[in-house]
Design a protein around this ligand. Sequence first.
Ligand SMILES: *Cc1c(COP(=O)(O)O)cnc(C)c1O
Length: 414
Amino acid sequence: MKQIPMLDLQLEYQYMKTDIDTAIKKCLDHQKWILGPEVKELEDTIAKFLGVKHCIGASSGTEALVLSLRALAIKLKGQEYFDETDEIITTPFTFTATGDAILRAGATPIFVDIDPATYNINPIKTREYLTQNLKHKTQNSSNIVGIIPVHLYGQSCNMDEIMKIAREYNLFVLEDVAQAFGGTWNGPTVPAVGLSKGSRQKLGSFGTTGAFSFFPSKNLGGFGDGGMVSTNDDELAELMGMLLKHGGKDKYNVDHIGYNARLDTLQAAILLAKFKYIDEFNERRRKIAEIYNRELSNVSGIVLPVNCSTTQPDDKGTSRNHDGHVYHQYTIRILNKRRDALQKHLKEKGIDTMVYYPVPLHKMRVFDGRYKMNGDLTESEKAVREVLSLPMEPLMSEEAISCIIHTIKKFYHE
Ligand SMILES: *Cc1c(COP(=O)(O)O)cnc(C)c1O
């Protein structure tokens, strides 16, 4: 039986082999393994691509999140870390690292429920937390400092609403772009450098900072760990650059509690080679998503990802941004408690699927007693039981897509 994996990195390597091998060979020739020329070249290339002033390579997406928050603490508070009374709003329906970075930076995560249509943080609930908290604010009460929107599965959060809230309440915005390299949001209110108002704006260029991951399975992935931060703020860029090199401009005489969190030259070289294909690959993902959408649209019991290229943001603040979705994952919702049975059925037919994510952050032990939440988190708790991500390999054959669709339909019609 032929196996259909979630992703086929071997296939992608073969497709770009000449570019990647040449890039690696160049590194072998120059031997500049730490902050070699490829790191700067990748930073400049991605800064231009995003339309931001600064991009800085980091050792992972997780470190990119931590570097952002630490630099923000230093800039905003003049302290190495945030305090527990400093609150940072985010979604509980994300990868562990988003919330963990908040703890590592010394602050308290505030979990706000998701919009069930997009699985992204609900701006209305976010506003609800802010207004309620401000109403009850006493002198020693906590202080909401920022928000981390996560562009889950490659789909933009409603950045119009989030930036509006951030301006109203004077919050920083750290975009978690780990799953959405090249994704856009189509309603910019604050255009990025060099972009006119009204043009599509790249994710990672809206917030105070953006954090990217180049983990091998991400839509722009290296051959090991890697990440990047983006910002238009000169001071934050300088601080993040220092923190990732032990905390100083001179690593033998440092100013801050730093990390060794540089992006490897070798990873940068590989990523530069793969970057050439990112637009093509994101487009291939959209094409595959279109096929899934079309073929699965009449299967009752399945909720497809929102496909609303013709509608505008609705009154619930839901993002309706089909074109900017890069489908890092193609994720469907399986109703009537049949998710696990469908997953088992697909597995038996040789088709891999994944549940991103089986446990919401507020149910994890690491966050026990260390978080606060806005109201209930019902939609997040429902999503973990119902979501299923299907194989999304940009180079996947039409035959494989048909097989997946056929197998799902068969499950429902048996
Ligand atoms: C992958 C991921 C991260 C962490 O990136 P790493 O490079 O694995 O450290 C953070 N947030 C989200 C949403 C992710 O998907």
